[in-house]
Design a protein around this ligand. Structure first.
Ligand SMILES: C[S@@+](CC[C@H](N)C(=O)[O-])C[C@H]1O[C@@H](n2cnc3c(N)ncnc32)[C@H](O)[C@@H]1O
Length: 215
């Protein structure tokens, strides 16, 4: 599927998919949104020192980069799923590293590293990237799920009861899923599979986001 590079309001890049009429991030700021939803309300909210994180949709690599940059003294094993990787000519142009401490080479290593293999990218960050679709992925137990699929109206099959049941099973006790989406139907579906759903303040341009807890 064709993807076009766009600049969001905070200056960071995102991708627009004309076939879906959908962007990879909020137009109000890709980095701003990712920091709010996945880092502050995900990574930093979990008090465990050793974290297993699962990301649904590696895409541009932004969430992986920000996680690595904001680890503090936590130790993270990061698993990310991406059945439709973006082309090299696109990821080579992404400007995320200009907003962070990492250099370009380090950011590109997330894209260029081998698939289906555990890689230690720093003392406290182990990375595993798989080409699997969510429906074919069943391995492991996680403390946090970054649920970053395309919106329900664009990719409905990612937001079903069956998918959320699987997310619930893949989480450890007291683990949680975070997502930028705050639709009523998504909250109801999450509750129907036993998640305790919190509606949190959303990033700029969005009233709310969801954190769904497994108690
Ligand atoms: C909204 S984008 C976000 C990507 C990424 N987190 C980022 O920050 O760039 C959704 C991602 O989910 C991926 N995706 C689509 N279908 C999928 C599936 N069945 N399983 C896992 N990921 C999928 C897409 O290719 C895309 O990269």
């Amino acid at each position: 599927m064709k993807k076009q590079l766009i600049i969001t309001k905070d200056g960071s890049h995102s991708l627009f998919v004309p076939g879906l009429n959908e962007t990879y991030h909020s137009k109000n700021g890709a980095i701003t949104e990712a920091m709010h939803v996945f880092i502050r309300n995900g990574l930093h909210f979990n008090q465990k020192q050793n974290l297993n994180i699962l990301e649904i949709g590696f895409g541009t690599g932004l969430n992986a980069l920000l996680t690595l940059e904001n680890l503090g003294n936590k130790k993270v094993h990061y698993t990310t799923l991406e059945p439709f990787p973006i082309a090299e000519e696109i990821y080579n142009k992404l400007n995320f590293h200009t907003f962070t401490k990492s250099d370009e080479e380090f950011f590109l290593s997330l894209h260029n590293c081998e698939w289906e293999r555990e890689i230690k990218l720093s003392t406290n960050f182990t990375f595993f990237k798989t080409n699997n679709k969510l429906k074919n992925f069943n391995d492991g137990k996680f403390d946090i799920i970054y649920f970053d699929a395309f919106a329900p109206e664009k990719q409905a099959e990612m937001w079903t009861k069956t998918v959320f049941e699987k997310m619930y099973c893949l989480l450890n006790e007291n683990g949680f899923l975070v997502t930028y989406c705050a639709k009523g139907v998504v909250k109801r579906t999450l509750k129907s599979v036993r998640f305790e759903v919190e509606s949190l303040e959303g990033p700029p341009g969005k009233r709310e986001m969801i954190r769904a807890n497994k108690k």
